[in-house]
Design a protein around this ligand. Sequence first.
Ligand SMILES: Nc1nc2c(ncn2[C@@H]2O[C@H](COP(=O)(O)OP(=O)(O)OP(=O)(O)O)[C@@H](O)[C@H]2O)c(=O)[nH]1
Length: 939
Amino acid sequence: DIYIYIKFLSWYRVSVTAGSRARVRVSVPIGDIEVLNLGNNGLEEVPEGLGSALGSLRVLVLRRNHFARLPTAVAELGHHLTELDLSHNRLTALGAKVVSALRELHKLNLSHNQLPALPSQLGVLAHLEELGVSFNRLAHLPDSLSCLYRLRTLDLTAFPRQLLQLATLEELDVSSNWLKGLPDDISALRALKILWLSGAELGTLPIGFCELTSLESLMLDNNGLQDLPTQFSQLQRLKMLNLSSNHFEEFPAPLLPLAGLEEVYLSRNQLTSELVLQGNQIAVLPDNFGQLSHVGLWKIKDNPLIQPPYEVCMKGIPYIAAYQKELAHSQPAVQPRLKLLLMGHKAAGKTWLRHCLTEEVVEGSHAGRDKQKNYSLSPPASSKGIEVTSWTADASRGLRFIVYDLAGDESYEVIQPFFLSLGALYVLVVNLATYEPCCFPSTVDSFLHRVGARVPHAVMCIVGTHADLCEEQELEEKCLDIHRQIALQENRLAQVVDEALARDFELRSASPHVAYYGVSDKNLRRRKAHFQYLLNHRLQILSPVLPRLRDKLISVAEHREIFPNLHRVLPGSWQVLEELHFQPPQAQRFWLSWWDSARLGLQAGLTEDRIHVFHNLTCLIDILNVFFQRDASLLLHKLLLGTSGESEGEGESSPVMSLPTQSQDLLWATQLHHYVEGFLLHGLLPAHVIRLLLKPHIQAQQDLQLLLELLEKMGLCYCLNKPKGKPLNGSTAWYKFPCYVQNEVSHAETWNNGTNLVGQSFVAEQLQIEYSFPFTFPPGLFARYSVQINSHVVHRSDGKFQIFAYRGKVPVVVSYRPAKGVLQPDTLSIASQASLPNIWTAWQAITPLVEELNVLLQEWPGLHYTVHILCSKCLKRGSPNPHAFPGELLSQPRPEGVAEIICPKIGSEQVNVALVYPPTPTVISPCSKKNVGEKHRNQ
Ligand SMILES: Nc1nc2c(ncn2[C@@H]2O[C@H](COP(=O)(O)OP(=O)(O)OP(=O)(O)O)[C@@H](O)[C@H]2O)c(=O)[nH]1
């Protein structure tokens, strides 16, 4: 029997947890233990005899303890130990004897210690593949290092000449070490594919460096580099290059011929006149920039770009190339205009504000009660849904705002996100007369989150209305309260980020074999980078600016750093093309065919390849408003109008229709009434009724088809009875708008409680992936998601918060649970079930749904959410708080040779690995935020 003092001890196939520094009796045969993690326990030594007792140990983790020397017990493990982690200790020396005993080691981590030297005996560790010695006090390395022929990964402090003999080395990490230069004969490391030289104080690169032609990924960030050798263009295999945080003043020309380059990072440099990438001061890209045809240019953000315009740059290099070609043979045109979005709670005063701004009406102000008369005498026409108007704010400079008045009614929430885009100025309208501190979450905070999640770093003005109804002091107090609560929320994000990271790192150092839990260093780095992104890209909020709002908006718009696209230079032909589109007859049409567009393009002087299909946005918005106004009498009125239009139009050929009898009229009206009811309750409409609703806009059958397809693509409705890819053969197509579904479906609840649909006792295993949204749940996400999954499921039954369906014969349940206070955030979960041997069928059922959700969530790059796989064992036991494995596991392969994983919630109980890892990793990682810019590009 062996007693070990530990704070937390657990290992593969055996788990024992205890309170702080409790005495734990190991009640399993210690000789069977293969992995032992004693990290993070403040240990200075391990008990005598431990080494000889642990006869099967392969992996020993002693990181984050207080060891000053290598415990002698470790030597006893020599003939079977393959991994040893001693990082983050206080080692000042390694006993030569102990080192030479560890002949089977494959991985040795000695980083973050105080070692002044390494023993020459290191050279006898012939199996060593990975060696970490960074963050020590090493002045040099032993010559015997050149005997480590199997070494693949080396993380160290100084660039040792011995390494030059390791011609097979493929990955080398010498980041954060002050190398102060590289030897010219580094070219000897010809096999290197991945080279980490971040923060190595290199200053320059030797010419020999350019002979490392196998390099695929190269991290050269933070090295004080001013230029690259011309021969750098020999690195033709390079796909990823990080040159951030250097001193480049110009775009490094040797990169231009690198045809295979896919990712280049040049942020935080001193690039000024020319080009590129995040966080610089670039306004104009060089003429030949389009030559970089393989670079995915998704780090161009945060530059005051004016040429090509921001939107073109975000689309990628081919678009830049085309733009530059266009500009080369067209006169440039300057057209200052900016998208202005008015948002806010229902009846906050958005429409009125718009009228004040655009029609030169006296603005609402703090000035006094006499202004009240203005509101009551000439109230603005009530909001007709989302409206778009053009406002010439400054005629002398030709400055125009395209004003989007986003209706405040909840029913428009599902379509509002489509209008939140980059490069716009946001105005949040708050009714100060009705504002109370307790309304902050619904009238201010929810809007800030929505915009921030969709457009990180957006610029938002908060404007108070109804000031004339408030006392001076009340006004002041309310404005102060809004400021105070905004500041509190900002701190909350930072706090949540800190806590989440601390949890991750804690898990990283406490778990027996963290790899099984998906908490790899790479995942942590990625998560940390995303959090950093969220923190760095919070909304830019401007103070309430009600008096002289017009002047304020104009001056904000003129800020080049904030709205560089206002000053964009366009090829003259683009402007002519736009003007042509707004002229009759094309201005009246909903769609233009490609040929019509091409004809207009040619008229404007554009080449054929530059034409995109034009759509009539104003008309489309009118149509969306019809569907989302959620008003029975208005809908009925539209239908009756549509019907009468139909009989008028067809009157000559169909006299019966033109003279309907009164009873026919009544019958028809009743039928229409039923349709409206069915729509508002279940979201159901047949195609011919949709046609009546949209009568003024839809002229031909083809218009209707195109429009319905567009609505399906936008995720607003799906066709209930259309066989995939086949026509309907004459029967009526029915469309379902999930955002209208009112009925609750309880199937999934009973299913979760242990019985399946037919009430049989529940024996299968459950899989459940849970997404939780601690700050905001994107409005309309559940409705749009339920459309996106339609092509993957059959026999679905939709409820307001749940969808119960089948994939093949396997049941799936998608459920949304709205937040209950701060402690229980909004969650969206995807679940399925099957017996253990058939669990792959359940994975097969949910994986496409998970991927579909991940794709949809990419529309919200600033959204904070977490993904977890709930423990099947806990679910089966009906635990109210099941253990949550990190969602990263979904995109990782199952660990080899591991059959079961311990669920920390149930102590020693084991969960089959097939219930935690999918059979094949998902393609789109739920937690991957690495391509934040990519998402922008896709929008
Ligand atoms: N007294 C006073 N009334 C105002 C002010 N601003 C707006 N109103 C009135 O408040 C009511 C609602 O204003 P709207 O501009 O229609 O509000 P909205 O935000 O566009 O409403 P939705 O589009 O339905 O979300 C109207 O009757 C306005 O006349 C103001 O500053 N003072």
